[in-house]
Design a protein around this ligand. Structure first.
Ligand SMILES: NC(=O)c1ccc[n+]([C@@H]2O[C@H](COP(=O)([O-])OP(=O)(O)OC[C@H]3O[C@@H](n4cnc5c(N)ncnc54)[C@H](OP(=O)(O)O)[C@@H]3O)[C@@H](O)[C@H]2O)c1
Length: 334
């Protein structure tokens, strides 16, 4: 497994990270034993970066990762770098009620995460959404105090816009910005990516398969549970979905000519965007993980990149990447 530095100040990480969210929440039922086996297979394949959030299944995801790490051989456990998001407020029904980036809340979130994960430090800690009521300097400053105390190693950001990234970087060293980036979500290319590059901050890209939409496995007749994110995501609705799946079919032709899969083309495209961009793949089964890892063997030459651009030009997707109310929480979209 190739490794790359996570920005100027972060650790060396595997070329792909594993996003564990779908093992606990948002994409329908997940199989616990298969989830643990997928984490083990990822570590075995050399993946070091595991991403989670304390609010993914209200602690479920962190406890799952903790369980998987305890059951892994010591060498594998030690290679794992944990990237944890905090700040989202939940209720017992699974509802969402905003974000809390106050320093006291940051430390409270961290205290619980360390327990659930069963570790003495978190490798990269970040607020999931910028709290509009708390200056980013205060939130990042609180994480910097946790770094001084040894509970956190590096400070990350999530879905922050260019100006917020600059303010955060002026407060403390920032390793990476976690943000959606894929063939059909290219918004960061305008202002955000130039800013992170100027500041030596990496991007950990999520939604590289647009939550399965451009994986080549999603079909229009798929039944989604009411609590599945995609049941409410504009890109998965009616005419939008039909249009977006037609983009996937155009990608499939390119994939078939190269003897690879659609998901591998989509992941390889993000990898091709730069050494500072680390895709977090949301595999929750070993077969999906194997497919995702295969993307690292796919080389896209100029002709391939041109064909991909023609099949899925910038802005080709129908529908925003989040429902309207959630778009409002994205500092990156301001
Ligand atoms: N910072 C943020 O705001 C934010 C937001 C969302 C996610 N994230 C993080 O980023 C991670 C990745 O995001 P994501 O899960 O939305 O990413 P994704 O990789 O775009 O989508 C994952 C979905 O794609 C499907 N899929 C099909 N083929 C796949 C393959 N070969 N490999 C992987 N997945 C495949 C899976 O569905 P099936 O399992 O049904 O096949 C899975 O549900 C999350 O786990 C989370 O840690 C961060």
């Amino acid at each position: 497994m190739r490794t790359v530095p996570l920005g100027n100040t972060g650790p060396q990480v595997s070329r792909l990270g594993l996003g564990c969210m779908g093992m606990s929440a948002l994409y329908g039922e997940a199989d616990r034993a298969e989830s643990v086996a997928t984490i083990h297979a990822a570590l075995e394949a050399g993946i070091t970066l595991l991403d989670t959030g304390d609010f993914y299944g209200m602690g479920h995801n962190e406890m799952l990762i903790g369980e998987a790490l305890r059951a892994a051989p010591a060498a594998r456990r030690e290679q794992a770098l944990l990237s944890v998001k905090f700040g989202a407020l939940r209720d017992p029904d699974g509802g969402w009620s905003g974000y809390d980036g106050r320093p006291a809340a940051v430390k409270n979130f961290a205290a619980y995460s360390l327990q659930r994960l069963g570790v003495d430090h978190i490798d990269v800690y970040r607020i999931a959404r910028v709290d509009p009521d708390v200056p980013i300097e205060e939130t990042v400053g609180a994480v910097a105090e946790l770094v001084e105390q040894g509970y956190v190693r590096h400070i990350g950001l999530s879905e922050a816009g260019a100006e917020t990234v600059r303010r955060a970087a002026a407060t403390a060293p920032i390793s990476d910005l976690q943000i959606e980036y894929s063939l059909i979500s290219r918004g960061i290319e305008r202002d955000i990516l130039p800013a992170t590059r100027e500041l030596g901050i990496a991007v950990t890209a999520y939604g590289v398969l647009s939550r399965g939409l451009i994986s080549g496995h999603f079909t229009a007749d798929r039944q989604l549970a009411a609590n599945d994110f995609r049941a409410h995501s504009p890109r998965f609705q009616g005419e939008n979905l039909r249009h977006n799946l037609s983009l996937v079919e155009a990608l499939r032709k390119i994939a078939e000519e190269k003897g690879v899969t659609v998901a591998q083309i989509a992941i390889a495209w993000v990898v091709s965007r730069g050494e500072d961009i680390v895709p977090l793949v949301g595999a929750r089964r070993r077969d999906r993980l194997t497919e995702a890892l295969g993307a690292l063997d796919v080389t896209l030459d100029e002709a391939d990149l041109a064909a991909i651009e023609e099949a899925v030009p910038e802005g080709a997707a129908a529908g925003e990447r989040y429902p309207e109310a959630q778009m409002g929480h994205l500092d990156s979209e301001r």
